[in-house]
Design a protein around this ligand. Sequence first.
Ligand code: ADP
Ligand code: ZN
Ligand code: ZN
Length: 725
Amino acid sequence: MVQVAVPVPLRRHFDYTSDTALAPGTRVLVPFGRQNLVGVVVSTAPQSGKHKLKSIARVLDQTPSLSPTLFSLLDWSKVYYHHPVGEVMSTGLPVVLRAPIDLTPPKGHQYVRAYSEGKVAPGELLQRSPVQSKLYQFLNNRDWTSTEQLESRFPGWRRAVKALEQKSLIEVEQFHREPAPAQIKTAVKLNPEQQDAANHICRHLGKFHTLLLQGITGSGKTEVYLKAARECIDRGQQVLILVPEISLTPQLVKRVRDQLGGTVCTLHSGMTDRARFKTWWMARQGYADAVLGTRSAVFTPLNNPGLIVVDEEHDISYKQQDGFRYHARDLAIKRASLEKIPVVLGSATPSLEALYNVRSNRFKLLRLNQRIGAARLPSIIPVDLNAYPAVHGLSQPVLQAIRQRIDQSEQVIVYINRRGYAPMVRCYQCLWEAVCERCDARLTYHHKSRQFRCHHCGHKQPGEESCPNCDSPLHFAGTGTQRIEQALLGKFPQARLCRLDRDEANTANKLYRQLDAIRSGDVDIIIGTQLITKGHDFSGVSLVCVINADQGLFSTDFRAPELMFQQLLQVSGRAGRAAANGEVLIQTAYPGDPIMQMIQKHDYDAFSTACLTEREQAGYPPSAYFALYRAESVKQNAALNFLRHSEKMGNKLAHDLGVEGVEILSAVPSPMEKLAGRYRAQLLVRCRNRGPLHALLDRWLSALEASSQSNSVRWSLDIDPMDMS
Ligand code: ADP
Ligand code: ZN
Ligand code: ZN
C-alpha cells in the first residue's frame, strides 16, 4: 500500500495499492473521485484496513521528481505550516510536472562548428549553394556557435545546417552547458572588511551555518557573496541565490554571470513554465553552477549544493501570501540545515527575526560598515511640513533642492509610496465620496486614464474631475505619483521626467527600459514607488526626496515602523552611490519623532534594538509566535461566526489537553472587513514557545476540518503571518 499526497485542500494523504515499491517523492497518477490527479508518494506501508483500495493508475517518474532532501523539506513544511500535504508537495514541483506527463529532459541548445581539419575539400561541395557557402565561411573561423545566433544572420539556416552536416563539413551537437567556459570578468579586489566576511563564509563551506551579512547600502555585499559563490563553484558545487522579485533585473543576471563564469540559470515568475522547467532540470542534473531566482526558487533541486544566499532577507516578498503560505527565507535556512551547507542572509536593514536569532547565537553576524570608494552615506534631513506646507505634495525646500541638482545635471529621485493621482476624492456640495462598493476602501483617482480605481480589489470605474451626482468640481486630497508628476512638470517644464510605478511599468520589459534610461542619464527626475528602492545602482542620483514618510508612524500594524524604517533607508541608499554629497530630504509633520531622528542618523542598530525590546514586552514576534486564522464569506457575519466557533473549540481543546501559555484572542472582523465583495474575519493565536502552539494547532485543525461548519466559509491558517490587514 502506498500513501499518496493528492493536491486537494485536505490535511491528510490517501491510500492506494501499487504493484511495485515506490520511493517517497515519486509522482503518480491516481484516481480521485471522478478524475485522475497527479499525486506524490509520501510513504509505503503494509496494507492494514479492510477497505478495498484503488490502485495507482500510472507511475510517472523513473526517479522521484522530488529529491530526498526536497521531499524532507516539504514534509517538514507541511508540519510546520499545518498546510494540506498535497498542496505542499505540488508547490515543490515545477508547474510542468504537475500535469500527468513523464519526466523527460528538456531540449538543450543546439550548437554547430566546422570540422577543424576538413574531411573533404569544401570548395566543390559548396559551389552551387551560396547560403551553405556563406554559412560555412562564417563557421569556419569560430568555435561552437549556438544556432540561436544563426537565426537573424542566415535566413534558411536550418536547411543549410542539415546539408552541411550531411556533407561532413560541420558537426552538430546539443549542449546543456555552454560548451566553452564563459570568460570570467576579473573580479573587483575586495576591501579588508569584505575579504573578512568572504573568508568567514568560505570557512564554513561544507557544514550548516547561518550567517547574517549586514552591510549598509553600497558597502559591497553582493561582491562578498559572489566571491563565496565563486569558491563553491571552483569546488564543483552549486549555489542557490534568492532575490526579491523586483531586484531580479537583467543587470543583476549579467553581473552574476560575468563574475561566476559558469552556467547561471534563472527562475522567476516572468518565465514560461517550460523555461522554468529547464532551469529546474539543469539544476537537478548539476549542469547549472548557480541558480538565481525569486521566492519559489527555494524548491529548486540541486545535485551538489554548496551554498544558499538570500539577498535582502528582510523583504516581505519572500512570504507567500496565499495558498501554502511559506516564508522562503525560513525555508532556505531549513534547507541549508538538511543539505548541511551554509546559508548567507544579506541586508542593509535585517529583519527583527534575523537580529533576534543573532542575539540568541543561532546566526553569526558579519558586518560591512563602509561604503565602497569615495561614496559616503547621504545626509538625511527632515523637512517640517508644519513650517513648509506642501502644495500638490511638494514643499518649498524640496522644490529648491530639486532645482539645484538638476541645474548641476545631477539626477533626483522623488519617492512616494502611492500610485495614481489622489487617494481621497469627495464633493463638498453634496458630500459624495469615491468609495469602492466591494471593499471598505476609498477609490484612488487616476488622472491619466480618467478612472477611479480600487487598489485593493482592482475595481475600476470611469470618472471625471466633476461630481457624478451634482456636477460640482471634486476635491482631491492626498497625493499619488501622478499628481507629483503633474506638479513637477509645471515647475520644471524643461526637465525629463520618468514615472516608475506599477501603472507605468506594468511589464518587466517596460521597467527594464526605464531603468536603462535612468542609468544612461536620459532622465533628470525619477518619480517612483517601491519599484525604485531595491538594490538598483544609479550612479547619477545625488538627491532623494521622500514625499510622505508619516504613514508608518500611526499604522495599526505592529510591523509598520520596521517596514517604514527599512524602506526609508533603502531608498536613501539610492542617493550618492558615486558622489560624496548625496542628500535625502524627508517631508514629515513629525520631525521630532524618535523614529525620524534615528532615521536621520542612519541608526538601524538603535532602532532595531528599541523595536526588539518593545516586541519582547508586548509579546509580539520575534519574541513570540503568531498563527492567524482567516475566514471570508459573501455573507455578512458568516466568517466571524465561523471563527467564533473555532475560538470556542480552541479554548476547549487547550483546556482538555492541558496546553499552557497559548493565548487565543477573540475572533474579530479584519481591519479591512470587506474586500472584493467578501466579509473577512480573523482570529489570532500566540505563544512564547513554538511547541505548545503547534501541538494545539494540530488537534485544533483536525477538529475544525471535521466540523460541519468547515465548508460554510473559506478559511485558512497563516503561520508567522506578515500581513495582518
Ligand atoms: P550592496 O550589495 O552592499 O548594495 P554592491 O555589492 O552592489 O553593494 O556594491 C556597490 C558597488 O560597488 C557596485 O557597483 C560594486 O561593483 C562596487 N564594488 C563593490 N565592492 C567593490 C570593491 N571591493 N572594489 C571596487 N568596487 C566595488
Ligand atoms: Zn456632488
Ligand atoms: Zn475594492
